[in-house]
Design a protein around this ligand. Structure first.
Ligand SMILES: Cc1cc2nc3c(=O)[nH]c(=O)nc-3n(C[C@H](O)[C@H](O)[C@H](O)COP(=O)(O)OP(=O)(O)OC[C@H]3O[C@@H](n4cnc5c(N)ncnc54)[C@H](O)[C@@H]3O)c2cc1C
Length: 410
């Protein structure tokens, strides 16, 4: 659908994906009318910033974008409750109806809830938006023992924050490793030792049955003290807004290589969107900031009738674990026929694994090894031929990353 200058674009959501939509539209010379519907009051915080904001007195300086960023847009600080694709309208909480020619859904995700007491409906605390932070901060002040459900990126980040505040922290992870999907089992073991040396206890294959009077009963039947229970056990894409409409949803809103849904003029991007995996072609969520920003950019380019089709989502994560730096990219578990190079240096606490297939890069895992992750992400996405260079890249990923990115640009 060709873009007309007088068009009205309505954008729902106000985080990484939405910001990328706005920035890209501006860069591409958008001259239509843009309305942002944000349930959060301006300025907003990125969910990724929240763990850093506990006890921070300078919260304001860490917002995602300053309020001036929104100048020139119509901003509606309300929750959008539903859409009516037949009339091309968004309905907001006050009952007002907003007409659109194009609609971008960037509603992100919420933390998956964990009910601790089925009788009272009491839930574990979760962290996704600024008000969650205030609730947790208030409770944490009165808490000495913190129980964290989920040994993923968010759970471990919270464990680190509270441990550094002198709390006693226990992490329960249902699977047989921490950071599932981000590292393999062996590296999980190395990281667990590291956390435990720093005073954070981690139990694998474990969950909580219930809690009563600051005593949590674990799946093993054992009781442990818990003044505060925090859950970080996954996400739920915020798809309610399109429920019972003709917009197709699986786990997330299904989008194509131009971030279009199955309904003409409606786009989805970020944690709420589900798109095909770069390697398998199967549709999946890819909840991380790089993907949200990239999809937001693609959605805006599609609106402007520009840009390349999205090649498929690739997992990418950088994570700091108690002073150690972890980088995880693409498919780091080798399949038959893949070339895998790997080295663990126990003296320096460093690990690297690079996986190649048919002379192109497929994935990498780095612990305490310097490298520019963005360069390797692009080498995968563009399927840059690297045949014969595997050993040299493995020998010095930082130097070769720089070299290859210069070659790419020239
Ligand atoms: C504690 C924490 C730490 C994280 N750390 C990392 C990390 O280190 N690296 C990384 O890559 N990712 C990390 N993530 C994930 C990352 O934050 C998300 O992938 C990213 O925020 C997704 O951006 P988004 O714009 O798609 O959605 P979201 O950030 O979820 O934003 C959605 C926006 O839409 C708004 N909204 C939703 N529904 C409505 C509605 N009906 N009406 C109006 N507005 C609505 C919300 O209020 C929000 O502003 C972390 C997440 C958390 C919670």
């Amino acid at each position: 659908m060709a873009f007309r200058k007088s068009e009205k674009v309505v954008l729902i959501g106000n985080s990484h994906a939405a910001v990328a939509v706005i920035e890209t539209l501006r860069r591409e010379g958008f001259q239509g009318h843009l309305t942002l519907v944000s349930e959060e009051k301006l300025p907003v915080f990125s969910p990724t910033a929240l763990p850093y904001l506990f006890a921070s007195k300078e919260k304001g300086s860490r917002c995602l974008r300053p309020v001036e960023f929104y100048h020139g847009l119509s901003v509606i600080q309300e929750r959008a409750v539903s859409i009516d694709p037949d009339r091309s309208q968004v309905i907001v909480e006050s009952g007002a109806r907003l007409h659109y020619d194009r609609l971008v859904l960037a509603t992100g995700a919420s933390a998956a809830p964990v009910v601790l007491d089925t009788a009272s409906g009491d839930q574990a605390f979760t962290l996704r938006r600024a008000p969650d932070l205030e609730r947790i901060e208030k409770r944490a002040k009165r808490s000495r023992k913190i129980l964290i459900l989920g040994g993923g990126l968010i759970g471990l980040h919270l464990a680190e924050v509270f441990s550094e505040e002198g709390k006693e922290v226990l992490v329960l992870e249902l699977k047989d490793q921490i950071l599932p999907g981000l590292v393999h089992r062996e590296l999980s073991g190395v990281l667990i030792d590291h956390y435990e040396r720093k005073g954070i206890r981690i139990r694998l294959g474990s969950s909580i049955k219930g809690i009563h009077d600051h005593e949590a009963v674990l799946s093993s039947g054992e009781s442990v003290g818990a003044d505060l229970v925090l859950a970080a056990v996954g996400i739920r894409p915020n798809v309610e807004i399109v429920r019972d409409t003709k917009v197709a949803v699986r786990e997330g809103i299904l989008v194509n290589e131009r971030m279009e849904t199955n309904v003409n003029g409606i786009y989805g991007c970020g944690d709420v969107a589900e798109y095909r995996d770069f390697f398998t072609g199967r549709s999946r969520l890819n909840p991380n900031v790089i993907s949200a920003a990239e999809q937001g950019k693609r959605a805006a380019e599609s609106i402007m009738g520009k840009g390349e089709p999205h090649p498929g989502v690739i997992s990418i994560n950088t994570f700091r674990c108690m002073g150690w730096n972890l980088f995880s990219l693409g498919r780091f578990e080798p399949d038959g026929g893949d070339v895998m190079l790997e080295e663990l240096n126990e003296e320096t606490g460093s690990f690297k694994r690079l996986v190649f297939r048919d002379g192109t890069m497929k994935g990498m895992l780095l612990l305490n090894c310097p490298a520019d992750g963005g360069v390797f992400y692009n080498l995968i996405r563009r399927q840059v031929p690297l045949k014969g260079m595997e050993e040299r890249i493995f020998g010095d990923p930082l130097r070769w990353g720089k070299r290859l990115s210069c070659q790419e640009r020239s």
